[in-house]
Design a protein around this ligand. Structure first.
Ligand code: FAD
Length: 396
């Protein structure tokens, strides 16, 4: 097979992480890298819809800064960005709760909630005229690494590159083709997501109740009446199956009860979607001619809404290391080991702490209930601990 094109960097995966990397690299004109972006899908802006899409992301301040620095955040439609100014987390089995407020910490906001599609749209619009070669509707079928990395696409086309950046999501074909193993922990839970409307205004507060069977998050969405919410209900598999089998009205009733009527009656605005929850962590992020990033490198429990934020941190650090290596005249084919060193611990610790939270709140033994209620009350009363937790949640 004859190589048809050669690039310095080929990004596989046009999700939010892959797109942000391609865009950031294209902005570094000093390096003038030849960049290609490949996706199995269309690489077109998602259609604009009046209703909210149930796939949303809670972005930290650090992610907002990164997306702003590459010119993408500015082009997200602000009518769809909900700035939230408080968080309320409580134990559905006990009495303790914890509250964070932006005002108390002299911040403007704690973060924003925005649909995944809105971020995709902003990134894709910025990629127009960026010089990045876009290869849509093509999936990676084979990878071989010798003097360069050779990629065979489903169209039969073969391209070569100094560096393949695998941003092709949790089931990463690239990771599998490269033979990279992962540590896996199945939570035996599924997350049910949907858009909701509520009887009472959310007042820009992100709420989460921890039930024995998993956490239920009600994330505020933008809108004058403040009555649109995004639901992430993580539940043990048997409970999730029961919930999925309910009709819309019964489901909404169960949800209203589970969230203790905190926002009055809740109703469904969209279909429900369910995702299996599995923590994965690749045993290697880099090798000769390749690097893994975002969900291709790690997935975590969504209970703190940190998955994509970790991916954006990977993206930021990977771009820095690519630029550094390229400005030093070192081949990008050489493993970007500093990227792995700078990101692995953060990703590992965040993943483990989500597992710890899930474990702690998954027990109804009286000692566990007393322990976590004492812990939550203590955190709520201890300023430095609360400040520290808040900083972690903001990615700083
Ligand atoms: C229920 C739930 C709620 C969440 N909530 C939050 C939150 O509030 N905040 C947060 O930070 N994170 C959250 N996350 C995590 C977040 O959704 C992911 O971390 C993030 O979307 C991953 O982005 P990505 O670009 O790495 O992968 P993806 O978005 O999966 O993109 C992968 C891309 O690769 C393409 N692709 C796949 N295979 C191939 C192939 N063989 N060849 C070519 N292209 C290919 C796909 O078409 C796709 O475009 C949540 C996750 C879940 C499950």
């Amino acid at each position: 097979m004859v190589t048809e094109e050669t690039f310095d960097v080929v990004v596989v995966g046009g999700g939010v992480i892959g797109l942000s990397i391609a865009l950031a690299l294209s902005r570094h004109s000093a390096c003038s890298l030849r960049i290609a972006l490949i996706d199995a899908g269309r690489l077109e802006s998602p259609a604009v819809s009046e209703g909210y899409h149930p796939r949303v992301l809670a972005l930290t301040e650090q992610t907002i800064d990164w997306l702003s620095s590459i010119g993408a955040y500015q082009s997200i439609n602000k009518d769809r960005v909900c700035s939230y100014s408080s968080m309320h987390v409580w134990d559905g089995e006990g009495t303790a709760s914890i509250e964070f407020s932006a005002a108390q910490r002299h911040l403007e906001q704690l973060g924003v909630i925005v649909e995944n599609d809105e971020i995709l749209r902003a990134l894709l619009s910025q990629l127009e005229n960026s010089g990045v070669t876009q290869l849509a509707n093509q999936s990676v079928e084979n990878i071989s690494v010798a003097e360069q990395t050779m990629i065979k696409l489903s169209s039969g086309k073969q391209i070569s590159t100094e560096l393949l950046v695998a941003a092709d999501g949790a089931q990463s074909t690239c990771r599998q083709l490269l033979g990279i193993t992962v540590q896996e922990h199945n939570y035996h839970q599924r997350a049910i997501v949907a858009t909701l409307s509520s009887e009472r205004a959310h007042e820009r507060c992100a709420r989460q109740v921890f039930l024995k069977t998993g956490p239920v998050a009600l994330l505020p969405l933008e809108g004058q009446e403040q009555n649109r919410l995004s639901l992430v209900w993580s539940a043990d598999e048997d409970v999730a199956s029961d919930l999925e089998s309910l009709g819309d009205a019964e489901f909404a009733k169960a949800l209203t009860k589970a969230t203790e009527h905190v926002l009055g009656n809740l109703s469904l605005e969209t279909k429900r979607y369910a995702f299996p929850l599995i923590r994965r962590h690749a045993n290697q992020y880099v090798g000769k001619g390749w690097a893994l990033v975002g969900d291709a490198a790690h997935t975590i429990h969504p209970l703190a809404g940190q998955g994509a934020n970790l991916g954006f941190s990977d993206a930021e650090v990977l771009v820095e290391e690519i630029i550094r290596q390229s400005q030093r005249g070192v081949r990008l084919f050489n493993p970007l080991s500093r990227y792995e060193r700078r990101r692995r611990i953060d990703n590992e610790l965040t993943g483990l702490s989500m597992t710890g939270f899930k474990w702690l709140f998954g027990h109804s033994h009286p000692a566990a209930v007393v322990g976590r209620n004492f812990g939550l009350s203590l955190v709520n009363r201890t300023k430095w601990l609360k400040d520290w937790l808040l900083k972690q949640s903001q990615g700083r």
